[in-house]
Design a protein around this ligand. Structure first.
Ligand code: ADP
Length: 845
């Protein structure tokens, strides 16, 4: 607290107040404060109050005089040095003055005194007092400052001590290794327990580092210490390996550390502060983590790679991949499923089995059962079902789903795959279908029955309904087999043919296929087609009843001939024939055709063998017939000759008979030769001008004996010559054959031959009134070995008419028979007059 700087006080003590006033006046110029006391006691009391620069004391006062008062003042240590001026009105006397000085007065004035002197003296003392006061104040201030300073110093020292203790404690307990090294040789000044432990318990303090732990020499530690000491630059390291010896064992540990230079005030380096923390565990953990992470990374990469492969695979094979949760509910999107089915995302993800909508209604129940069984039994899900594609078409897909089991053994999810096996299935179905069809076709030679089975095989896999038609020998068409997936509609399929058979020139459909031998394929039959393609309302109605939405018609081709056609139809627009179906149908058509052809050939071959056998027996019989009478004649001729009884007439008669038999034999043999010539295509014609009328008359003349024998009157109606370019010999053969048949089968009734010519044509009619011919045999009898009579009643080889037809056709003409059984037959030969050669086919049947 700043002291109040008052004017210096002067204590004036006098028992005479006037004196006091005088004093005050004298001192007034000094601008001091005069404190007045009228007695020694009062003066002492004033001194208790304050210190005065000077005390002016009247020596003579009643009671306690000035000397006494001075003495008492001086006794007080506080006022020992306060100047006292004694004033006495007394004469100067030495003893008073001395007493005055003895009592401590510093001056002594006698009255009357010079005011200036007093003023000067008092002024001096006031000055001194003032100086002393200032000095004291300064000293006090100095003392205060010193005390404060020392208190602060003390506090700082204490604080430093506390800090030091704290630091020490902190260093000691620090979880890091700390050491202080001094000087260029790095002498240990301090090392905390952890440092000691790490470095291996040993004496460190006071020892240079190289000496304290020489085993770490060569590990760059000392060099680092040297470097930091030399440069004054700190160095830090992270996870630095250090091989240390502990309990006689060397081990590598890892440290994070700082080598911090400790500098003096002048900046020079005094030593090093080392702070290190062991990070071996962290390091090992990190290494392990790194290793784990690398392993994870590798696994991740492998997984990614395999996922990538999986993805590319799914793309490549265009499979459908899907996943569901453990309960079998679709849990995540399957773009492949949606791309295939065109199903919207929310529909697919619908928990109420949205995907089922795409499964064919007929397959749904079964598929759901299979799925639920798999879920329950945690078994692999395997199913085959039809799935509706985005274009609305159903495709056959095979599905396979497997449970993915977690570490806890619980099913986490299901992963599945759908593969479109339509094509594969179709190939398999086609192969198996063709194999079954082939087996059916080869099972029997009764192709009418076989074809019925084939038609039933086609339905419903390859068609909703189908028809198999074969051309007949008379140029017609026969529906040999038909099938419909609704059996009661088979009759309708049969009924359709009646309408087709009416228009052979139709631009499309069955007639066109039969005409051209080319397949017809209509993937979708437009509604308008029924109206255009069908012949009448009835047929349109029939087609609508049967159903007609997609259609394939293939020819039955064998050895270049069109045997018939196979028609396949899808009824309801659910399925369409594509090119593969067409090829399959054609393949089936070829197999059917070849089977029919084979069966027919076999049938013909068998019939031919039968005919040949019959022919052989007939031929031997026929050949034997003339031989028997010939042998008999020769035998009786020999006997007659032995007896010498052979007259000329008898001999001639015998020779006649023999000659007839020989010529009969030779005719038979000629016929056989002709047949073989015709068969070999070697029937040669000698063209010349021939009058058919005359030729007929000659032959009839030649046949008179036989006619007589057969009791058949023969008349010839040939009023005019009918001339043409023909082969005479062969024409004679034709007339001979027809006439001999008329005699043979004429039942002894009249025979009439007529020859006429008209518009470049010659017409020969041979009419008998004999047994006649059944209508069904009329065309057959012109074939080789064909006969319409029993061999027991009529001899013959069945070759006459065959040879006749061959000759007539070779001459460019035709021959046919008309007959009413039991009433007779008429054979009509028509020949062009100016014929050109018609080659005889080499293997005509
Ligand atoms: P073949 O007379 O040797 O039997 P053809 O070829 O001459 O042989 O005659 C074939 C068949 O035609 C005869 O077997 C017979 O059944 C029938 N046929 C031929 N001509 C007549 C006819 N004029 N009247 C009745 N049937 C006939």
């Amino acid at each position: 607290m700043p002291r109040s700087i008052a004017r210096p006080g002067v204590l004036a003590v006098d028992d005479h107040p006037t004196n006091l006033v005088t004093l005050e006046a004298v001192l007034e110029p000094l601008q001091v404060r005069v404190v007045k006391a009228t007695s020694g006691e009062q003066a002492l009391r004033c001194l208790l109050q304050e210190d005065f620069a000077v005390i002016i004391l009247d020596a003579r006062m009643p009671g306690m005089d000035g000397f006494e008062t001075a003495r008492l003042i001086r006794q007080r240590a506080r006022h020992r040095d306060t100047p006292i001026i004694l004033i006495s009105a007394w004469h100067r006397d030495e003893s008073s003055i001395i007493q005055g000085y003895v009592e401590g007065a510093v001056d002594y004035l006698t009255k009357p005194f010079e005011p200036e002197v007093l003023r000067a003296k008092v002024g001096l003392f006031v000055e001194l007092f003032e100086q002393d006061r200032q000095l004291k104040e300064r000293a006090a201030r100095l003392r205060d400052a010193q005390a404060e300073l020392s208190a602060r110093e003390q506090a700082a020292l204490m604080e430093a001590e506390v800090q030091r203790a704290r630091l020490h404690a902190a260093f000691t307990q620090a979880p890091v290794a700390i050491a202080l090294l001094k000087g260029p040789t790095h002498v240990y000044e301090y090392a905390n327990p952890l440092y000691q432990r790490i470095i291996g318990q040993r004496d460190l303090l006071g020892r240079p580092a190289r000496e304290a732990h020489p085993e770490i020499d060569g590990q760059h530690v000392f060099e680092l210490m040297d470097h930091v000491f030399r440069t004054g630059e700190p160095v830090a390291g992270k996870a630095i390996p250090l091989e240390l010896e502990s309990d006689g064992q060397r081990e590598t540990s890892f440290f994070d550390f700082v080598y911090q230079p400790v500098s003096r005030s002048d900046g020079s380096t005094e030593g090093l502060f080392i702070c290190a923390s062991e990070v071996t565990r962290q390091m090992l953990a990190r290494l392990r983590a790194e290793e784990l992470s690398a392993r994870l990374q590798r696994q991740h990469e492998a997984l990614q790679e395999s996922e990538e492969r999986f993805r590319s695979l799914t793309h490549a094979v265009s499979q459908i991949v899907w996943t569901t949760d453990a309960e079998g509910r679709v849990s995540s999107d399957s773009p492949s499923w949606r791309a295939f089915t065109g199903q919207p995302r929310e529909k697919y993800l619908d928990v109420r089995y949205g995907w089922l909508e795409c499964i064919h209604p007929e397959d749904r129940g079964r598929t759901v059962r299979q799925w639920v069984e798999s879920l329950r039994g945690r078994k692999v899900f395997e199913s085959e079902h039809r799935v509706r594609r985005h274009d609305g078409k159903y495709r056959y897909l095979t599905a396979r789903g497997v449970p993915v089991v977690g570490r806890d053994g619980e099913v986490r999810e299901w992963v599945g795959l759908h593969i479109d096996i339509t094509e594969q299935r179709r190939s398999e179905q086609a192969s198996s279908f063709l194999a079954r069809a082939s087996a059916l076709l080869s099972a029997s030679l009764d192709y009418e029955a076989t074809l019925g089975n084939v038609a039933r095989l086609v339905v419903p896999g390859l068609a909703d309904w189908c028809a198999l038609d074969l051309q007949t020998s008379d140029g017609g068409l026969q529906r040999v087999a038909a099938a419909h997936r609704e059996p009661d509609k088979v009759e309708g399929v049969h009924a359709l043919l009646d309408h087709f058979s009416l228009d052979w020139n139709a631009r499309r459909g069955l007639p066109k296929v039969l005409r051209t031998g080319e397949s017809e394929w209509m993937p979708t039959v437009p509604e308008s087609f029924l109206g255009e393609g069908a012949r009448d309302e009835h047929q349109v109605r029939l087609l609508r009843e049967l159903g007609f939405s997609s259609y394939v018609c293939v020819p039955l081709l064998s050895r270049g001939r069109i045997l018939g056609a196979l028609s396949l139809v899808f009824a309801k627009g659910e399925r369409e024939y594509d090119e593969r179906d067409l090829r399959l149908a054609e393949d089936l058509g070829r197999r059917v055709a070849s089977s029919v052809d084979n069966a027919r050939l076999f049938r013909e071959a068998r019939e031919a063998v039968q005919v040949r056998d019959e022919f052989l027996s007939v031929a031997s019989h026929e050949l034997k017939t003339p031989l028997t009478p010939l042998r008999l004649k020769l035998h009786s001729l020999r006997q007659s000759a032995r007896k010498g009884e052979v007259g000329q007439d008898a001999l001639l008669a015998h020779l006649d008979v023999a000659e007839r038999q020989v010529s009969r034999l030779s005719r038979l043999i000629d016929s056989l030769l002709d047949v073989s010539r015709i068969g070999a295509g070697k029937l040669e014609l000698d063209w010349e001008e021939v009058d058919l009328a005359e030729l007929v008359r000659e032959v009839v003349t030649r046949f008179e004996p036989q006619a007589t024998k057969a009791r058949c009157p023969v008349t010839v109606h040939a009023p005019r010559p009918v001339i043409g370019q023909w082969d005479r010999m062969r024409l004679e053969q034709v007339v001979t054959n027809l006439l001999s048949n008329a005699l043979k089968y004429g039942a002894g009734k009249p025979i009439e031959l007529s020859v006429s010519g008209q518009a470049g044509h010659a017409l020969l009619l041979v009419r008998d009134s004999g047994i006649g011919i059944e209508p069904g045999n009329l065309s057959r009898i012109f074939e080789r070995f064909e006969r319409a009579v029993s061999e027991r009643h009529y001899g013959g080889l069945g070759l006459g008419l065959y040879i006749t037809r061959q000759i007539v056709e070779a001459l460019g003409g035709t021959v046919q028979a008309q007959s009413t059984p039991g009433e007779g037959s008429t054979f009509i030969v028509s020949l062009p007059a100016q014929a050109t050669a018609h080659p005889v086919p080499s293997s005509s049947h």
